[in-house]
Design a protein around this ligand. Structure first.
Ligand code: IVH
Length: 661
């Protein structure tokens, strides 16, 4: 076991060092910063548990990069440290616990919190009030002399009123606007764009020609005083800096009494980070009392008294423990990676889609591999990159099955497609998928009929088609009551109450391949009844907005299938009816909504579904084409933009009223 840990640590160190080298020396980015942070965090946590394996060449023990040879070196007396990372409340509570163990009971802890600027750390030295030296962090003890370049930054005073020797530190950043402008220019000149504003800021300061630096309009916030002026707290340092004439970020910072307050502040900035002119990637949290901060000392590369509380990672590194095969309602076979649970974007995930066999091949993935998992936007997480460097030799090759794991039918795949399918309409897993879809919110929206109940019913042969749900009686469910969240009587009531639903949801519930909520709505708008859709040919279907040849063919085929028609007849026989959504149409149809902030009574996802099911559209960005901006608590920058343009803004109550109309 310990041997395994030791090997893992060794491999992690090599991998991290390799990517740091690519990043810092060759200016290359093969994996995202999130992924690199995630690797570093795993190493940090392992070393915390097994300190016997810490070596001096570990990335956790080394600060920053290497000073470049073509700059004059600056040796400093006080090392310019950087902090360890934290990503969760648990990490922060552990940090607090570790510190408290080293302190006495009467050491009173308060936390000074500041948005963490994503730029390049710099140190400035003033003598007789004049800026005489500006340097980068380098390896912490030895930095690079970049005085000429730093002098081009307008917000850095060349002269201050304080006449004794003074050393301060801060962060040089490039504004988002400047960054976009510079990147546009680069692309126009045929160069690859910079990955992020931090890279550009760093590249601009570590320039031999300060004319180039001056063209890049850098900015700098100063956040700490190295010289001992008798300052007792970090907060006091900020006020002194302001007095001396430095640009500080005081107005964004907060002194917090406890971890709850720290996390309120963290949540605030997570929601509002877009409102700042520069990128931030989390908070810097410092023990405010400088004596306590000093007393805690340092470990490896970092003072114990401070920590970088980073925003949730968009990508993280974890282990692929297994690959499962999922059979969807349309028969599509999807390999799914079973993950060692990991937090992405603030939520713990344990599964990620691998899409299809080709994708596994492209990734070169084996079971047991360490991989980067990420989520683009709000979609299902996916596996993005594999690290073969971290293999132990115990990984297993994955073989795509040729028969359906549910019904043993031979899988099929048309030559030009990548997705294997189960062709058996009576396949158990496919059926379950169809039932789940049928009762889901966008379809019949039947509460209390969860997957467990459905599976049981299908196993016992009580249900064979979704239309059978309407024939169920209380006594059928009674033996299964322990599975249900609701009583048998309530479930039957729920089912019976849904016998009449809007036309678009009726269409969606049929589970036609390639027909989602939006297409269902478009069909319901264009046709008056199922009969009319049945009579439409492919060309007519294609004339509907957003419906292309593939979707049209899929609709046409569905309605011309004998079994499907029997199913429609059964629904009718059970008394299921649909109605055209004429009345609601006037308020929602073709209107575009933007959501910002948190609503109390429904999630953003649910609000989105409701809008679409009522015929509206949801956009992620503000423009003058937006009809309504729905504003919840702690709205983001979208709210400000909406105000600026003068869009119609409604609150949660008004939105709910609109839905209920
Ligand atoms: S305060 C006593 N405030 O984040 C040291 N640091 O690992 C006081 N950073 O390298 C540091 N923004 O250079 C502070 N608003 C901010 C910051 C900040 C960025 C950097 C700092 C350090 C890293 C944390």
């Amino acid at each position: 076991m310990n041997e395994d840990v030791k090997n893992r640590i060794e491999k992690l160190k090599n991998l991290i060092n390799h990517h740091r080298y690519l990043y810092h020396v060759l200016d290359k980015e093969e994996i995202s910063e999130s992924a690199l942070d995630s690797l570093k965090k795993e190493l940090f946590d392992l070393e915390l548990k097994f300190p016997q394996y810490i070596t001096s060449d570990s990335p956790t023990q080394r600060i920053g990069g290497k000073p470049l040879d073509f700059f004059e070196k600056v040796k400093r007396n006080q090392i310019m440290y950087s902090f360890n990372d934290a990503f969760s409340r648990e990490d922060m509570d552990n940090w607090e616990k570790r510190n408290k163990k080293l302190l006495s009971d009467d050491d009173y802890i308060e936390y000074y919190c500041e948005p963490k600027l994503d730029g390049l750390a710099i140190e400035l030295t003033y003598e007789n009030g004049i800026l005489v030296l500006g340097s980068t962090r380098g390896d912490g003890r030895v930095g690079e002399n970049v005085t000429q370049n730093i002098k081009t930054i307008e917000s850095i005073p060349l002269k201050i009123s304080f006449m004794d020797k003074l050393i301060v530190r801060g962060e040089a950043v490039i504004n988002k606007k400047e960054f976009e402008g510079a990147n546009k220019e680069r692309v126009a000149n045929g160069f690859t764009p910079y990955a992020n504003p931090r890279n550009l800021a760093a590249g601009s300061i570590r320039q031999l020609d300060s004319k180039i630096t001056s063209e890049r309009k850098l900015d700098a916030d100063i956040y700490s005083i190295v010289t001992d002026l008798g300052q007792k707290t970090h907060e006091e340092e900020h006020s002194l800096l302001k007095e001396f004439g430095f640009k500080t970020n005081n107005k964004y910072n907060k002194l917090c009494k406890n971890m709850d307050e720290v996390f309120d502040f963290y949540n605030y900035w997570q929601e509002n980070r877009d409102s700042l002119p520069y990128e931030i990637d989390g908070l810097v949290v410092l023990i405010n009392n400088n004596n306590i901060f000093k007393k805690l000392g340092t470990t490896g590369k970092s003072p114990r008294g401070g920590i970088a509380l980073k925003f949730p990672l968009k990508e993280a590194v974890t282990i692929i423990e297994d690959i499962e095969i999922q059979v969807g309602r349309t028969g599509a076979i999807t390999p799914v990676a079973i993950l060692k649970p990991v937090t992405i974007n603030g939520a713990v995930i344990s599964r990620a889609t691998l899409h299809n066999e080709k994708e596994i091949e492209r990734l070169g993935l084996k079971i047991g591999d360490t991989a980067v998992v990420g989520r683009a936007g709000d979609v299902i997480p996916e596996v993005m990159k594999v690290f073969p460097e971290l293999r132990t030799g115990k990984e297993k090759e994955f073989v795509m099955p040729k028969i359906c794991p549910s019904c043993n039918c031979e899988l099929v795949k048309p030559e030009q497609e990548v997705v294997w399918r189960c062709p058996n309409n009576n396949c158990f897993k496919r059926k379950i998928g169809w039932f789940k879809h049928f009762v889901s919110r966008g379809a019949f929206d039947i509460e209390g009929v969860g997957p467990k109940i459905l599976e049981k019913f299908l196993e016992e042969g009580l249900l064979s088609l979704p239309s059978d749900l309407f024939t169920l009686k209380e006594g059928d469910i009674l033996p299964l009551e322990r599975f249900a969240e609701k009583s048998a009587q309530k479930i039957i009531e729920n089912i019976q109450n849904k016998k009449s639903i809007p036309f678009s949801r009726f269409i969606y519930s049929l589970g036609i391949r390639n027909v989602g909520q939006k297409t269902s709505y478009d069909l319901a708008k264009r046709f008056n009844s199922i009969e009319e859709i049945k009579q439409a040919n492919v060309e007519e279907l294609e004339q509907i907005n957003d419906i292309g040849p593939i979707v049209a063919k899929s609709i046409f085929e569905w309605f011309n299938d004998k079994e499907n028609n029997l199913f429609l007849e059964k629904l009718e026989k059970e008394g299921v009816v649909y109605y055209k959504e004429e009345t609601i149409k006037n308020i929602f149809s073709d209107k575009v909504f933007v959501l910002t902030g948190t609503m109390q009574s429904l999630s953003r996802e649910l609000a989105r579904e409701r809008i679409i099911s009522l015929g509206g559209n949801v956009s992620n960005s503000i423009s003058k084409n937006i009809d309504y901006v729905i504003v919840g608590e702690n709205p983001g920058q979208k709210y400000d933009k909406a105000l600026e343009i003068g869009l119609k803004i409604i609150n949660e109550n008004e939105f709910i009223k609109m839905i209920n109309q």
